[in-house]
Ligand binder design. Sequence first.
Ligand code: TRP
Length: 336
Amino acid sequence: MTKSTILTGITTTGTPHLGNYVGAIRPAIEASKDANANPFYFLADYHALIKCSEPEKVRQSSLEIAATWLALGLDTKNATFYRQSDIPEIMELTWMLTCVTAKGLMNRSHAYKAVVAENEASANNDPDKGITMGLFSYPILMAADMLIFNAHKVPVGKDQLQHIEMARDIASRFNHIYGEHFALPEAIVGENAATLLGLDGRKMSKSYNNTIPLFAPEKKLKKLINKIKTNSLEPGEPKDPTGCTLFSTYQAFATAAEVADIRQRYAEGIAWGEMKKVLFEHINEHIIPARERYEALIKEPDHIEQQLQEGAEKARAITAPFLLELRKAVGIAKIG
Ligand code: TRP
């Protein structure tokens, strides 16, 4: 049986938070241990440039994200863990794909349209304000990320579904013109992966500025948990766990029996202050071993770099010969 190739990228802007952990990192690390899968996980650092032009932030985020995945026990023997920019074939393929991608397809991209809509809603009369070609053609770079490895399954959030669809369109177009070279990737949207709520009760997201960093030091973690918004019910009054940020966060880290116990305490009117304490202690305990490994790894960037280099080597053993095949397919070859 050929193993199915699972691939996903993490854009290197920002510090990993609890929402990233339960929604994406934890399931991906579980999958990295599955001997029947062939997982590819990468730091999407060229994607970072689309949103961020602060070099220090991109650099720091790459370090933090790599350290996070390693600290959480990513199996780098089974999984190929690499940095996008170490694989030059991705950029080269991006251009080949750009040349078969209809502009009309890119016009429909949500990421781009959202900025146009913002521009149109604001007073300025330039719909293109602040839109770079990087943002406009971002789905093509993402298609190259997947197609260069012939990824079968791509675990992503719902916001990324359109990009997988576009990658399929672009791959089909290339296959139609130049012959069957690419498998069509399929999105996997983890229905049971939890979506955490942030400090303000909206979805936890770096764009809402409501996150709790996964490896925040203990004191900071406590402080942030204490900031989570609750309603104003008094101690002793029965409370509804449905839609409660504290409860759903607890649930993402607890067993069914532990959740049942807390549900009971809600019915009995647990005080919010007490629930925050319970939540802090529970999460903190869960995170301590990985946080210790994380803090040690951050001080050893050479070790992290070494892991990424090994990943790049594994990845390029696939991409380099494949790119030669693709060059030949499009007519780019030595003469004679
Ligand atoms: N654009 C994705 C995001 O913002 C990250 C990403 C880049 C990705 N390349 C990818 C995800 C390829 C899956 C496959 O979440």
